[in-house]
Design a protein around this ligand. Structure first.
Ligand SMILES: Cc1cc2nc3c(=O)[nH]c(=O)nc-3n(C[C@H](O)[C@H](O)[C@H](O)COP(=O)(O)OP(=O)(O)OC[C@H]3O[C@@H](n4cnc5c(N)ncnc54)[C@H](O)[C@@H]3O)c2cc1C
Length: 471
């Protein structure tokens, strides 16, 4: 099997001059008929499965010693904490061809999500294709559309080795590299400051006065933990948000949202309907001391938390506005209040990071955002793709599944019908700025990869039909 370089819009690109210099050690050994998958989290696993089903040989490299990525709590870079449960409900999270057990709750605990991913790996026989404890340190394009992938033992162990592959699928996750805020005085602040990525257990909060900065799902979860464990909890948010409960009308909130979306109403009607539902179910947020939302529903990533308002209503969480600055021992808020927390938790999100790839290979813009066709295919390198670089309004596993089916179909078409593949590429590879949501999203790194699951799956479905082999 060969996946040639001659197809695609990059025919005139001198790929040998792109990316970091070639590694200083011996020549790459050949796996030139196979695809390299980087990472064995939810995205990497489904990529292995779908590439194998399409007939490709696959080597997956995983720096940790087990599968599951973010959901494996013991992993160095896992962002989940002891109390993490799914935010998206079970049927809206699972892979389409591998349901979660009926006996599991609507919102499984992180241990169950890991067990689910382990069962998926076992059921489809994926582990035999994974090299555990192996880190990819460099990925460089070479002539012929192939890639030299340099690997070594994780955490600096073992000598480097370079293998040559027909294609590379990056599935390294985008919820592990902390996005740090730039507050005045933060560097010289004497109190304890951690990013949410280092928050693992409510015991870290016990008896302390805690300031949680950030009102995304993680910030809300940590504020709720602090309400139960800490001596005091301030929760700082930059703006007013919509806080959806995890249930509405006795159903998981994402299922209600999906039902409303299935009526195919204009966006503004849907927004009004959902906002009215929230006003009825949740009530007036300003009664809880929260600012009024400064945007319409669906214009920021959904926050689903049934406990935040409960603890606000019990006085266990004090809502506060944005931080103005840190002094040596205090935190000043923009409304002039000054507080003295023992611990500050920065729940300020994550940024994508691809330290093994030169930025231009993923068409990374000056802000650091990769610009990819369907958030998946690198526009100048038809044999380079990313799976999992999405922020959907529901669960992500089914989107990753279809994304990797797309990658497999694309690579398959390149091999079987180069002329048709060429036509698809010429027509589509430069389409990198598409937004797969009709909502006008607030400008934030948090929304770089935000998609409506319905709009995104519709676009992938169309691409899959374009890539279908013709008999
Ligand atoms: C607190 C929290 C709650 C969440 N809740 C939900 C939810 O309710 N529903 C939902 O659908 N999603 C949720 N998510 C999103 C979650 O990130 C995804 O569900 C999913 O785990 C992402 O999978 P991934 O494979 O893309 O990345 P990851 O799970 O991060 O896996 C990436 C893998 O790549 C490996 N890797 C990275 N770099 C290298 C390298 N250079 N060499 C070798 N291996 C490498 C890593 O070790 C890791 O195993 C949540 C995220 C967080 C932080």
């Amino acid at each position: 099997m060969s996946i040639g370089w001659d197809v695609g819009g990059s025919g005139d690109l001198d790929v040998t001059n792109s990316g970091p210099p070639a590694p200083p050690h011996g020549p790459a050994t050949g796996r030139v008929d196979s695809v390299c998958v980087i990472g064995a989290g939810a995205a990497g696993l489904t990529a292995i499965k779908n590439l194998r089903e399409a007939g490709f040989g696959v080597d997956c490299y995983e720096r940790e010693t087990g599968v599951g990525g973010a959901w494996n709590w013991r992993h160095d870079r896992s962002p989940v904490y002891a109390t993490t449960h799914l935010i998206s409900s079970k049927p809206f999270t699972q892979y389409p061809d591998f349901p979660m057990p009926d006996s599991w709750p609507d919102y499984p605990h992180h241990n169950q999500v890991l067990a689910y991913l382990e069962r998926y790996a076992d059921h489809f026989g994926l582990r035999q294709h994974i090299w555990f404890g192996t880190e990819v340190s460099r990925v460089v394009p070479v002539d012929g559309g192939q890639w030299d992938v340099t690997i070594s033992g994780a955490r600096g162990g073992g000598a480097d080795r370079t293998q040559r592959y027909a294609a590379v699928v990056v599935a390294n996750g985008h919820n592990w590299s902390p996005k740090m805020p730039a507050y005045e005085g933060l560097d010289s602040y004497g109190g304890q400051v951690i990013h949410a990525s280092s928050y693992k257990d409510p015991a870290q909060l016990r008896g302390k006065r805690v300031l949680v900065i950030g009102a995304g799902n993680t910030g809300c979860d940590i504020a709720v933990d602090a309400a139960q464990q800490a001596a005091r909890c301030w929760h700082s948010s930059r703006r007013g948000y919509w806080y959806a409960p995890k249930y509405a009308y006795g159903r998981p909130a994402d299922q209600v949202n999906d039902l409303v979306a299935s009526f195919r109403l204009p966006l503004w009607v849907r927004q009004r309907l959902l906002q009215r539902t929230l006003r009825r179910v949740v009530g007036d947020l300003t009664r809880f001391g929260l600012p009024k939302p400064d945007h319409k529903l669906l214009e920021t990533h959904p926050i689903a938390n049934s406990q935040l308002l409960y603890y606000l209503g019990h006085g266990s969480i004090t809502p506060v506005p944005e931080v103005a600055r840190f002094t040596s021992s205090k935190v000043e808020l923009v409304d002039g209040r000054v507080i003295e927390p023992d611990l500050v938790v920065l729940a300020t999100g994550y940024l994508p990071r691809f330290e093994f790839l030169a930025p231009e290979l993923l068409n990374v813009d000056t802000d650091g955002r990769p610009r990819l066709h369907l958030h998946t295919l690198a526009p100048s390198f038809p044999t380079l793709s990313v799976v999992g670089l999405l922020q959907p309004d529901s669960g992500i596993f089914s989107l990753m599944h279809w994304q990797s089916v797309l990658v497999a179909s694309w690579l398959r078409l390149r091999e079987q019908a180069p002329e048709r593949a060429n036509g698809y590429w010429r027509a589509h590879h430069h389409q990198v700025g598409q937004r797969y949501t009709r909502a006008r999203l607030k400008d934030s790194t948090r929304h770089w990869f935000e998609v409506s699951h319905i709009d995104y799956l519709r676009a992938v479905d169309k691409a899959l039909r374009d890539l279908e082999p013709q008999s």
